[in-house]
Write a protein that binds this ligand. Structure first.
Ligand SMILES: Nc1ncnc2c1ncn2[C@@H]1O[C@H](COP(=O)(O)OP(=O)(O)O)[C@@H](O)[C@H]1O
Ligand SMILES: CC(=O)OP(=O)(O)O
Ligand SMILES: [Mg+2]
Length: 390
């Protein structure tokens, strides 16, 4: 079965064509691309048309190609409604669009992908796989904000958490690497991409996570501030900024970009090596914030069995990992710099043997997770819905 996976992140569109075997697992890769997405607003149909031409060409090149049988989408915000992957219908798309208020950088892009894909492949079922779904297991004392009850009941104001597709896959990979069942895995998983979050894993499930009602809360990110005192927002309002301007400021002009002048961790770490004080400050702020969460989540899971780095920065930035690990010595964690620099195996340990628990690098594989979830929906007993107009 050939599956197209579309993963619009805040800084890129990742897309793959995968072949899924009869068992529904370990899909083989036919095409694997990343393109810098337009940073503002939904993806345009011209942009997606060019992407889909590449997909069609890849499928045509396959000798035993066959038609595209399903399209899987990463959808960042599924709110409380979507706890598992679903076939895309007009109603589902409308709900995703409404939740876009809570994920301004992402949900509109997913809906644009669904519409454009339906124009190109009208009879191919589409499946939405949600970043929020993995966090449905969070206890209420972690997911709720200490505000009057009606803000939750009437306005849905609570912590939802994101990056769940990546974190769930990282948990499966981590458990397999450590030789333990995923249901007994206690861990702290840091997904560090352009958006970044850290999740407390208790018995294989999300127990807490740093992103909140939207993907703005928590860690210092490429262009997002992460945690700050909400009074910053009211002060800016009193000084004349409107909601859209504040949203834009905190989502697009803050984080590494706001402090160091670049949202790209490679550029920031290069500048750190050259002694640039703004880059050093931004890198230290990001590392310190993450280290605080790691310590807190070690407590939340009752003592972790692993600390996992994933996402573009988690996987590739030797220097940033080293900076973070220099702060968590009190947890009994110490970096082995040779291991940190080596790229021997896909999944690897980077801590010393004497560390209290292993620190691992586990490359993110959101696309594989989406492809497998998409196949499972399409192959399930319910017949797949072939048109988003149903
Ligand atoms: N070799 C590297 N060293 C340091 N950072 C890197 C490296 N490769 C990628 N990154 C960083 O990873 C981030 C992008 O991560 P990614 O998970 O691909 O983002 P997203 O999915 O959110 O668009 C960027 O900040 C980029 O600088
Ligand atoms: C939720 C989120 O921030 O995703 P990404 O890191 O892909 O932008
Ligand atoms: Mg991403």
């Amino acid at each position: 079965m050939l599956i197209l996976v579309l993963n619009p992140g805040s800084s890129s569109l990742k897309y793959q064509v995968r072949r899924i075997g009869a068992s529904g697992t370990s899909p083989a890769l036919l095409l694997d691309r990343v393109v810098d997405g337009p940073q503002e607003g939904p993806l345009g149909s011209g942009f997606l048309g060019a992407v889909f031409d590449v997909v069609d060409a890849a499928i045509d090149n396959e000798t035993d190609g066959g038609p595209l049988e399903a399209i899987g989408h990463r959808v960042v915000h599924g709110g409380e409604r979507f706890g598992s992957p679903v076939c895309v219908t007009r109603d589902v798309m409308g709900a995703i669009e409404e939740l876009g208020e809570l994920a301004p950088l992402h949900n509109a892009a997913s809906v644009a992908c669904m519409r454009a894909a339906a124009d190109r492949w009208p009879d191919t079922p589409q499946v939405a796989v949600f970043d929020t779904a993995f966090h449905h297991t969070m206890p209420e004392f972690a997911s709720r904000y200490a505000v009057p009850e009606d803000l939750y009941t009437r306005h849905g104001i609570r912590r939802y958490g994101f990056h769940g597709i990546s974190v769930e896959m990282a948990c499966r990979d981590t458990a397999a690497f450590l030789g333990v069942p995923v249901s007994s895995l206690n861990a702290v998983v840091a997904h560090l991409g352009n958006g970044a979050s850290v999740t407390a894993i208790k018995n294989g499930c999300s127990a807490d996570t740093s992103m909140g009602m939207t993907p703005l809360e928590g860690l210092v990110m490429g262009t997002r501030s992460g945690d700050l005192d909400p009074s910053v927002v009211t002060l800016l309002q009193r000084r004349g900024l409107g909601p859209d301007e504040i949203d834009e400021l905190l989502n697009h002009r803050a984080g590494l970009l706001g402090v160091a002048g670049s949202s790209d961790m490679r550029t920031v770490q290069d500048a750190v090596r050259h002694g640039d004080p703004r880059a050093i400050l931004a890198s230290d702020m990001a590392a310190y914030r993450l280290a605080k969460y790691i310590a807190a989540y070690n407590m939340a899971v009752g003592g972790a069995g692993a600390l996992v780095f994933t996402g573009g920065i988690g996987e590739h930035s030797v220097q940033f990992r080293s900076r973070v690990l220099s702060l968590v010595g009190p947890l009994g964690l110490y970096v082995d710099e040779d291991r940190n620099q080596s790229r021997d195996t896909r999944i690897r340990t980077i801590s010393t043997d004497g560390s209290r628990f292993p620190v691992l690098v586990v490359p993110s594989d959101e696309e594989r997770a989406i492809a497998e979830a998409t196949a499972a929906v399409v192959l399930s007993d319910d017949p797949p819905i072939r048109s988003i107009n149903e």
